[in-house]
Design a protein. Structure first.
Length: 388
């Protein structure tokens, strides 16, 4: 008696392997869209809740505060929990958070929802990459680029579409839709993602060891400074566009996202030249912010906005690869520290930008962001050795 075994074709195998990564990417797209939706609906949100636009920018900061606390601790609190279960739970938390924002009667309630969202965003980012490379071993650069495409989708479709829908239907409807789609993404990860055991040794000891890695921590510091520069300015991107041409807001937010898509792909293509990639990203968006600070014409604003999106969206891919190459034995902890730096920078950047905006105006906000970005770029340029 003979037994026939059907061997899957390469196409079938590839499709089966990459489906989990694509569902992870959809989850990132929804969480990042949710995180930065206030930037697209800022005027309406502020007017409805009776607060200044600078104060409304703290809606982004609140999310980042929770993310800052969550990213380095979630693996410590859940050292053995299956990462698929954790990822699905975090997406569910994100859906609930958006629903709270959608129905918030006052700014304080809105901040509660934004804090919950920060837990979801930071935890998801900390685990998604490691889960992705379990699904597609040996393809770290491609996995990182694919996951970062979720950020591009968020900036290409999420923020501009949120701005457009917010103008037409109201900002509360926008957050309600975000809640529904985030719940859909949770279901997608649950059904498509295989079991992902925790990394061996995950917990407090692994985090402590990563914190003693001097070169890793220098890179984390330079990342923090660069991202601080971006998020001092990004919550107010709509205001920067409106002072030149109010009618161009949705289109220019879309162009920012398209620039970001190109930046993601460029960073992935430079995966063998990570020092160049980590330096180039913040340097480019620093130049863009400085240009935008003095722009009074669309001929200047359009390329500056595209360059801003391109440079900033190089940063997540390039630095994700950089930290995991610098600390390959403690990937979860290295990624948690990267996410922590991002969230701390978003928090402080939003506060700094809001204070500057209310006290001195938009131009100092953009110039401060430009200076910090260039400092971060210069720091990465000085980091020699592996990764190069």
């Amino acid at each position: 008696m003979t037994t026939s075994t059907r061997t899957p074709t390469p196409t079938t195998t590839a499709r089966a392997t990459w489906t989990p990564v694509l569902t992870l990417t959809f989850g990132i797209a929804m969480l990042v869209s949710s995180e930065f939706l206030p930037a697209g609906v800022l005027p309406g949100l502020a007017a409805d809740l009776g607060i200044t636009e600078g104060t409304a920018g703290l809606a982004v900061a609140a999310t980042a505060v929770a993310g800052f606390l969550t990213a380095p601790t979630i693996a410590v609190v859940l050292p053995r929990t299956d990462r698929r279960t954790v990822l699905v739970a975090l997406l569910a938390i994100g859906a609930v958070a958006n629903l709270i924002v959608a129905v918030a009667p006052v700014f304080a309630v809105l901040l509660v929802g934004r804090l919950l969202l920060g837990v979801a965003v930071a935890g998801y980012w900390a685990f998604a990459f490691a889960a992705g490379i379990r699904a597609v071993p040996g393809r770290a650069a491609t996995v990182s680029t694919t996951l970062a495409l979720g950020v591009s989708v968020a900036t290409i479709a999420g923020v501009p579409l949120g701005s457009l829908l917010g103008d037409q239907l109201g900002w509360r409807v926008v957050f309600g839709l975000a809640a529904a789609l985030t719940a859909v993404s949770a279901a997608g990860v649950w059904f498509a993602m295989p079991s992902v055991p925790a990394q061996p040794g995950a917990g407090l000891a692994m985090l402590r060891q990563a914190l003693t890695h001097r070169r890793l921590m220098l890179g984390i510091t330079f990342l923090f400074v660069a991202v601080l520069g971006n998020f001092a300015a990004y919550p107010f991107i709509r205001l920067a566009i409106e002072r030149v041409d109010v009618a161009m807001v949705a289109l220019l937010l879309l162009l920012w996202g398209l620039g970001g898509l190109a930046g993601n792909l460029a960073a992935g293509s430079l995966s063998r030249r990570l020092r160049l990639a980590t330096t180039l990203g913040p340097a480019l968006f620093g130049v863009a912010l400085a240009t935008l600070a003095g722009a009074s014409s669309l001929w200047v604003v359009v390329p500056a906005v595209v360059l801003w999106g391109f440079g900033m969206n190089m940063v997540p891919v390039a630095t994700q690869l950089w930290v995991t190459t610098a600390e390959p034995r403690r990937t979860e902890s290295a990624l948690a520290l990267q996410v922590t730096a991002f969230q701390a920078a978003i928090t402080l950047g939003s506060v700094l930008g809001g204070r500057l905006l209310d006290g001195a105006g938009l131009t100092p906000v953009l110039l401060t962001g430009a200076v910090l970005a260039v400092i971060g770029a210069a720091g990465f340029a000085t980091l020699r050795g592996r990764p190069a």
